[in-house]
Design a protein around this ligand. Structure first.
Ligand SMILES: Nc1ncnc2c1ncn2[C@@H]1O[C@H](COP(=O)(O)OP(=O)(O)OP(=O)(O)O)[C@@H](O)[C@H]1O
Ligand SMILES: [Mg+2]
Length: 239
């Protein structure tokens, strides 16, 4: 199973004089779970934003399933099969949890789907929100919204899922739950790129880690190798 599903090649992103991403290259194989690590401000979310089409890169190329998606608008990229979550949950707050999933399900892919309440219920069950399906999401607590964010992305039936800090800021009790959800997503065969500061989560689920620091890729490899890398230790703890 060595088929490359996503290639990020020489991606740079500048915001005025600030270089958020500097010539970043990496590849993701179909079915892989790849972790994205780096100190605050390293460029992790910006990289997800470039892959998902929220920002066009200043230079470089992103290829998904052999298609050049560089600079495509986010809805087109979503329709091709990439779904992402937001660090700060972004549900439709006046809709219920189920209605949020139905919106994702019907409009998430190129070919419009019929909404299926039963199928969306299964997704809500996966994230432990089935009993909240009729609750207006503006009334849900933040931990539920974090899990709803994953459910909304799954309802788009993605082939590549981009998760931005779904465990960060949650409680110790919540972490095993998030771990179980990500393991389940892996079993579904969905390729995942996950940004996570909670090392326990990252190390339990990833095949490989890419480390960014100040917009530059400083290491890539299996979790043990990456954690022993001097450049990574320096980025986190100083020289
Ligand atoms: N829209 C924007 N306009 C200007 N600067 C931005 C914008 N988005 C990100 N940046 C800057 O780019 C750099 C990388 O930010 P980014 O949010 O990608 O970091 P991050 O690795 O996700 O950090 P964190 O761990 O804190 O979430 C930061 O210096 C940030 O201030
Ligand atoms: Mg971020």
């Amino acid at each position: 199973m060595d088929e490359i599903i996503l290639s990020v090649e020489n991606i740079s992103k500048h915001f005025g004089g600030l270089t958020a991403l500097n010539n970043v290259t990496f590849h993701v194989k179909k079915g892989e779970v790849v972790g994205l690590m780096g100190p605050n401000g390293a460029g992790k979310t910006t990289l997800l934003n470039v892959i998902a089409g929220e920002y066009a890169p200043s230079s470089g190329k992103v290829t998904f399933k052999g298609i050049d998606i560089t600079g495509l608008p986010s809805h087109k990229i979503c329709h091709l099969g990439i779904a992402r979550t937001y660090q700060i949950p972004q549900p439709f707050v006046t809709l219920t949890a189920m209605e949020n999933l139905l919106v994702s399900s019907v409009f998430g892919r190129q070919k419009k789907r019929e909404g299926s309440i039963k199928e969306e219920e299964e997704i809500l069950e996966l994230v432990d929100l089935k009993e909240k399906k009729d609750v207006v999401t503006g009334n849900l607590p933040i931990l539920s919204l974090k899990r709803l964010e994953i459910a909304r992305a799954l309802a788009r039936r993605p082939e590549l899922l981009l998760l931005d800090e779904v465990a960060a800021g949650t409680t110790e009790v919540e972490i095993p739950r998030i771990l179980r959800i990500i393991q389940e997503i892996r079993r579904m065969g969905i390729t995942v790129i996950i940004i996570e500061h909670v090392i326990k989560v990252l190390f339990s689920v990833v095949d490989r880690i890419v480390v960014l620091d100040k917009g530059t890729k400083i290491a890539e490899g299996n979790p043990d190798a990456v954690m022993c890398d001097n450049r990574v230790i320096e980025a986190y703890f100083g020289a």
